[in-house]
Design a protein around this ligand. Structure first.
Ligand code: HEM
Length: 404
């Protein structure tokens, strides 16, 4: 990777992530061009690529000058706006963001989530027992795909029969499985999810429960209920945020354990605890590769001037491997402490579901530790085609059971 390669680099193109050595790419960017200008390509305008940890954190904190209100991922930012702006938490800033976030946080208190985490552990154990009995499985479709959707499904009280459909729509919305899938397909899938939650929210207004969707549909902010589109967009964001990233972390965890047998042994022997190991898996997998912002005014960052109206992307997948913060960053080290990764972002938009994300990854690590003696990955997996989510849509795995 040379300076000339950087000049032709296009991080808006999902194919780039399949073609280049990402570790090498991020190392070069951090060293040579930490606040880098990705030139305009085709119909896309240019945008800034921020790759150092300190610069990403500075930008995440500054939601006054670097707003989320015109989109928070590259695709929508390059289109110029996000249709959910001001209605969905992740693309709302200021007082409204704080008020709606507080309402939603009530449904996500650790006390309540403790009960949900227990359910996650049980469900994960059950799924692992099934695939261990078979000997081999596709860890993505047989295990990981079924965990987060059911957790958020329980929290929002989504009928069990509808959940498989939601996973399918999610897959088509966020990360296209291949270059064959069209933008139109993504758009249609997104609309299906929105319509689905509009109907379900109606039912919860007539018949409220103590689930998160009922909180959104019936809760008050400044004495008034949320607008219909706020309810629907926030439901959409929960189902999406909860599902994809957690699945990708769990699949990445099993791959990393298979490739690093000495770390697997440390987990098995109890030398490393589940909580510490979970943080390293989150850092290592960093499923949400970037989030983005738009500059409201000129901002100095990492020695460069970002102009008002410019698109800025913050690459968690690089920041989490920044040698300034993580000693020996390309070593998968389950005992790594401290581990101040930014897989969940940072600052005012810090992930609302971090507790659940951790519970998902932790439940997989715990289940594997207790039930499995050996993990083998017999063939290559299938990587997602995405400039946003890193991970695998398929991963063949053989699990050897722990002797009874
Ligand atoms: C925000 C990552 C799981 C719901 C975020 C952000 C990141 C992130 C990086 C910051 C976005 C930004 O700054 O623009 C992850 C990862 C997860 C995960 C890596 C799993 C491993 C979840 C779960 C839920 C969730 C389980 C829901 C239950 C949200 C929501 C926001 C958010 C609603 C927006 C918060 C705000 O704007 O104030 N997530 N997430 N996430 N996440 Fe997650």
């Amino acid at each position: 990777m040379t300076a000339a390669d950087l000049a032709t680099l296009d991080l808006a193109d999902p194919q780039t992530f399949l073609d280049v050595d990402l570790t090498e790419l991020w190392r070069t960017l951090r060293a040579e061009s930490p606040v880098h200008w990705n030139e305009p390509r085709g119909d896309n305008p240019g945008f800034w690529v921020v790759s150092r940890y300190a610069d990403c954190v500075t930008a995440y904190k500054d939601n006054k000058r670097l707003t989320s209100e015109r989109g928070n991922v590259l695709t929508t930012l390059l289109q110029g706006n996000d249709s959910a702006s001001g209605k969905m938490l992740a693309v709302t800033d200021g007082a409204r963001h704080r008020a709606v976030r507080n309402l939603m946080l009530k449904s996500f208190s650790p006390r309540l989530l403790e009960a949900v985490a227990e359910q996650v552990r049980k469900r994960t154990r059950g799924l692992l027992e099934d695939v261990i009995a078979r000997g081999e499985c596709d860890f993505a479709t047989d295990v990981a795909d079924h965990i987060p959707i059911n957790t958020i499904g329980d929290l929002m009280d989504v009928p069990v029969a509808d959940r498989a459909r939601l996973v399918d729509w999610n897959n088509r919305t966020l990360s296209r499985v291949s270059s064959e899938d069209s933008q139109m397909d993504e758009w249609l899938a997104r609309n299906e999810i929105l319509l689905y939650f509009s109907d379900l929210a109606d039912q919860r207004r007539r018949n409220p429960g103590d689930d998160v969707l009922s909180t959104l549909a019936n809760g008050l902010v400044d004495g008034a209920p949320l607008a219909e589109d706020e309810v629907v967009f926030n439901s959409y964001s929960l189902i999406l945020g909860a599902d994809e990233s957690s699945r990708m972390s769990s699949i990445g965890a099993i791959l990393a354990l298979a490739q690093n047998p000495e770390q697997w042994r440390k987990l098995k022997s109890g030398e490393v605890g589940i909580d510490t190991a979970t943080e390293e898996v989150l850092r290592w997998t960093t499923p949400a590769m970037h989030f983005g912002r738009r500059a409201v005014e000129d901002v100095e960052l990492g020695g460069r001037t970002i102009r008002a109206d410019d698109v800025v992307t913050l690459w968690n997948s690089s920041a989490n491997f920044d040698e300034e913060v993580f000693p020996d960053p390309t070593r998968f080290d389950l005992a790594r402490t401290p581990n101040r990764h930014i897989a969940f972002g940072f600052g005012p938009h810090f992930c609302l579901g971090a507790f659940l994300g951790r519970a998902h990854v932790g439940s997989v690590l715990e289940g594997l530790r207790d039930l499995v003696s050996e993990i083998r990955v017999p063939g290559p997996g299938t990587r997602l085609y995405s400039n946003f989510v890193y991970g695998y849509s398929s991963l063949p795995v053989e699990l050897v059971p722990e002797k009874a």
